[in-house]
Design a protein around this ligand. Sequence first.
Ligand code: XMP
Length: 520
Amino acid sequence: MSLDQNLDKILIIDFGSQFTQLIARRIRELGIFCEIISHKKIKIFDISKSVKGIILSGGPLNVDQINKYSFDKKILELNLPVLGICFGHQILSKLSGGKVKQSKHREFGLANIHKKNNSLLTSNFFGTKKSKEVWMSHADQVSKLPRNFKVIASSTNSKFAIVENSKKKFYGVQFHPEVTHTENGKKLLSNFIFLICKIKKNWSSKDQKIKLINDVQHQVGTNKVICALSGGVDSSVVAQLLNKAIGKKLYCIFVNTGLLRKNEETQVIKTFKKRLKMNLIYVNAEKEFLNKLKNVSDPEKKRKIIGNLFIKIFERYSKKIKDVKFLAQGTLYPDLIESKSVTGSQTSKIKSHHNVGGLPKKMNLKLVEPLKFLFKDEVRKLGLELKLSKEIISRHPFPGPGLAIRMPGIITNEKIKILKEADYYFIQALRDHGLYDKIWQAYAALLPVKTVGVMGDNRTYEYLCLLRAITSEDGMTADFYEFKKSFMQIISNKIVNSIRGINRVVYDITSKPPSTIELE
Ligand code: XMP
């Protein structure tokens, strides 16, 4: 699976780390094109002239599990610069003649590394203190360096925290420079790319726009495409991209599942049909969705039902438009990573995101997923490049299954009505207090629990409303947002006083991991 054969690039060989996609993201942020490929799939002849450097990712394996069938060692004989990260560092050392064994002390979390020698990789990285805080996550470590390697930095538990063979341009780091917890980590990646691989910047939103428009034109030819428009950032960007690429051959289908946010359908029609003048087909499928979801409380079942019904409706409407061959979706990179590794490596399944896991195997439409290699922030930048309004671009993400997964337990009309109001007041309050753009995603959820309250002289017995607001870079990890008490009081009063059915508000203070952003 290759995005582009000709662009100069960094190739990331994935050994199954949850952070592999972050490495890619950091490199793209530095303005360089990169691709990820599984260690099992990469063969030496896949490595074209446009590859200017190789990064070996971390992963859950140990070095003895890698044999000639699962990684072609000849890749290290191509005279290309190589950076091994965590497991990548261990396998690079092992294949170069060093030894790896289980560490006496596993290192997870922050550790201090201290400079031992100069290296191009660490130019302007350490600063005057000659030490840096880095993020470690490993149980094994290099115990003996290969010949012609030297130590650049060590931590208390990892003698070989950074190593190099400058002649071969092989570098290894035991920690994760790609995660934000590693102080100045991006500088290491930047040094590898610019000073060692000597690659020139070639990846910007403008480059992406041109390339993606060309790709779409190439993929769909003169055929018609229907687009699953939800009004969220991803599908809006897809729609606008296709609008630019194929104009009126694009038919946007907007399905009202009955599980959308308050007034969402009106806003979508106003923006896309009236302002952007796209072919927009509005389908009110509220009853159909709610019927199918009746008495269903299992989260995965909800997702599957919603995903399948979505596709059925698209197919139904696509048949009404003659000669439709393609269905466009706003699938993003993180959607693919968490459901099924895009690269074939061993990341575990966490949730079946509806636009991936829910797809029926036998689909009559081919997929157009132009954003599937992009991260959310790349999509936002692309959206601006495509001249979508800032209001659309800065909207918080909203999951395909909508309010269904913010309402653990069974779904009823009454609960939907209550939840739409609570969410509306919460989001409105965030906007009114200038907090909306500081938060990556926020929502209200309705828990399937009733608790006792007292209002006036009366006892109430009503639902519990949970508020969630998180900061994140890409939805893969997240932290809860710290509101001031005064704001929490305002929103809790507003919800309890305005909505019949809720008499208690709680705030979710878990990060991701261990929780996920959505409740189901
Ligand atoms: P989780 O709950 O997995 O959410 O931490 C990460 C991000 O993904 C969104 N999300 C979904 N988006 N279909 C989507 O299109 C889905 O099934 C789905 N589930 C979660 C979630 O809102 C958050 O932004």
